[in-house]
Design a protein around this ligand. Structure first.
Ligand code: FES
Ligand SMILES: [Fe+2]
Length: 349
């Protein structure tokens, strides 16, 4: 949560959605890895301040409902799965995936208000995702160059917490100036921003020349040629789909790209969960498997080395975009995009 100090000399700049803890924008929020919710299991999880219950039915499908039973308010997380419904622990009322009560043990008539709110859930990247309404406007996006790959290999990094808003920490991937000042990547950046008609994502590509002064740059030039590029696809402003080594060649050989998702979920004001998810397409044969695992390993190495260099900045930063330069165009564009996202009915406590 950003500090409220220095208000008279450095007033906080409020945005409609961007960096605003009072707003939970519509979009897909990461819940847990799919394997953590087996068939017939129930889990209560707080997402963006909302107390929810998740359960996986007989048919393997995951459902999500508001957590408090509309009879007397028992937490449905204490209940159990019966077929594809969840049964409250206390008086055994059962609720279906749309939140309607479908069974009361002591009577046949179901009161019309015996209902809890349900939410859209999907499973992709071996993860469960939730949308803060039962009617999502859009699905979760995919990587530009992996959409054709039906099978993917997924590895979960260790999740971690930040104290700043997810919109702020997401900017790290598209801040061209700090590549040089912090990461010492002497890259002259050309920036390409496209906001597809869909409205649920924004693509930001950064391309540049690799310098040839330092030994690190010389090695990079030998391996990857004189140019480098990467792209960030933001899904609703909650998830960053990063593609590294994009269109990079060694002589005539095109290096495979590296892919990872930064999945974000606010826990409460000033507490953010970040889940790194490493992704590559599944390749056949022993050679293919080795290549896939090597690429996942390289993605992790790239992420750890960059994260270690500036992660601490986000611990007490009060984002203050008062003097953005033309090189900060991706940041300005991202802020504009996020401010157009629709608010959900959820609120952080
Ligand atoms: S409190 Fe849930 S059935 Fe009574
Ligand atoms: Fe960085």
């Amino acid at each position: 949560m950003h500090s409220t100090k220095n208000q008279t000399t450095q007033p906080i700049q409020e945005f409609p959605v961007f960096n605003n803890w009072n707003e939970i924008a519509n979009g897909w929020y990461f819940v847990i890895p799919s394997k953590d919710l087996p068939r017939n299991a129930v889990k209560s999880i707080q997402i963006c301040g909302q107390e929810l219950v998740f359960f996986r039915g007989e048919d393997e499908k995951v459902r999500a409902l508001d957590a408090y039973c509309p009879h007397m308010g028992t937490h449905l997380g204490k209940g159990k799965v019966v077929g594809n419904n969840i049964q409250c622990f206390f008086h055994h009322w059962q609720f279906s995936e749309n939140g309607k009560c479908v069974h009361i043990p002591c009577q046949t008539e179901i009161p019309p208000k015996a209902q809890v709110k349900n939410y859209s859930v999907l499973e992709l990247y071996e993860s469960i995702w939730i949308y803060p309404s039962s009617q999502p406007d859009y699905g979760l996006v995919d990587f530009q160059d992996l959409s054709h790959a039906t099978e993917k290999i997924i590895h979960f990094g260790k999740s971690y917490e930040r104290t700043c808003h997810h919109h702020v920490t997401m900017i790290n991937g598209i801040d061209p100036q700090h590549l040089k000042t912090v990461h010492e990547l002497d890259i002259e950046m050309n920036i390409d921003i496209s906001e597809p008609q869909l409205g649920n994502m924004i693509d930001i590509s950064l391309k540049g020349k690799i310098g040839d002064g330092k030994w690190r740059e010389k090695i990079a030039r030998f391996m990857f040629g004189s140019h480098y590029s990467y792209s960030m696809r933001y899904d609703h402003g909650n998830n960053g789909f990063l593609t590294l080594m994009k269109d990079v060649y060694f002589k005539n050989y095109k290096w495979p790209s590296l892919h990872m998702i930064f999945a974000y979920r606010p826990l409460e004001r000033g507490r953010l969960l970040v889940q790194p998810i490493y992704v590559t397409k599944k390749r056949s044969g022993l050679h293919g498997r080795i290549v896939s695992y090597l690429l996942i390993w390289l993605t992790k190495r790239a992420f750890y080395s960059l994260q270690g260099e500036d992660g601490a900045v986000y611990e007490n930063m009060r984002f203050y975009p008062a003097n953005l330069l033309s090189i900060d165009r991706p940041v300005a564009q991202y802020i504009q995009y996020v401010n157009k996202l629709k608010s959900s009915s959820w609120k952080l406590p």
